[in-house]
Design a protein. Structure first.
Length: 229
């Protein structure tokens, strides 16, 4: 199994970078049918707003990453390393360096997946990728994207994002931030997909604003283009 061969998982690593714009624009929750329902729903609403505000403060980031993939029984399937950069709105650069090289680039309109091993590039519209991939919440300032997800706070500076629909290939996405009074720093991402596989991604060596050239992509000569737009 190649690291990040699953397109939905790759795309998921892009929704986080697309965050919410304003709490005031957050869609209102439906009224609870009972006092008990209200008490249950309110913490979820508060957690979503809290996470949206936190992500709103992150205009860009760049970091190295270490990733490990586990099966349903907790057995380690694969480890990998690479670089991850985000710049709002909707710009992403995800480069896997080991064990196999691959590249994902969002140029703001399209999502490009380049696999040098098979000499193939696949391209999707960013809108279609966002529909099933909560990680793209990291790079957007559109609060409408949050309507399809529920958020719970599971620990200090740790949030779980769960898709409400049944068609999402990612069951849950967990974001962890460093303890900081200044700009929030994302330090870990965990993704559980519908097959039961868990991807644990740790971010380190955070850098400054990424080079704008990282967010453009040209199909290399001689490489097959699979255009899904």
């Amino acid at each position: 199994m190649k690291l990040f061969k699953n397109v939905s998982l790759l795309a998921t690593l892009i929704s986080l970078a697309l965050s919410a714009n304003s709490v005031a624009q957050t869609p209102s929750a439906e009224p609870a049918s009972s006092t008990q329902g209200l008490s249950t729903a309110q913490p979820l609403i508060d957690a979503k707003i809290e996470l949206m505000v936190k992500l709103e403060k992150v205009a860009f980031f760049s970091a190295d990453f270490n990733q490990q993939i586990f099966d349903q029984e907790g057995n380690s399937l694969q480890q990998g390393t690479g670089k991850f950069s985000v710049s709002k709105p909707n710009l992403i650069h995800w480069q896997t360096l080991s064990p196999d090289e691959s590249l994902i680039v969002s140029d703001g309109e399209n999502l490009w997946f380049y696999d040098p091993f098979v000499e193939q590039v696949s391209v999707y519209t960013l809108a279609s990728a966002i529909a099933n991939t909560p990680i793209l919440l990291l790079s957007s300032n559109d609060p409408q994207l949050w309507q399809d997800y529920a958020v719970s706070k599971i620990a200090k500076n740790r949030y779980a994002i769960v898709a409400k629909g049944q068609d999402s290939r990612v069951k849950s996405l967990t974001l962890s931030f460093a303890n900081s009074e200044h700009t929030p720093k994302l330090i870990a991402v965990e993704m559980l997909d519908t097959t039961g596989q868990l991807s644990v991604i740790k971010l380190l060596n955070h850098g400054s604003a990424p080079n704008p050239a990282l967010f453009s992509f040209s199909v290399p000569e001689g490489v097959y283009l699979d255009d899904q737009r």
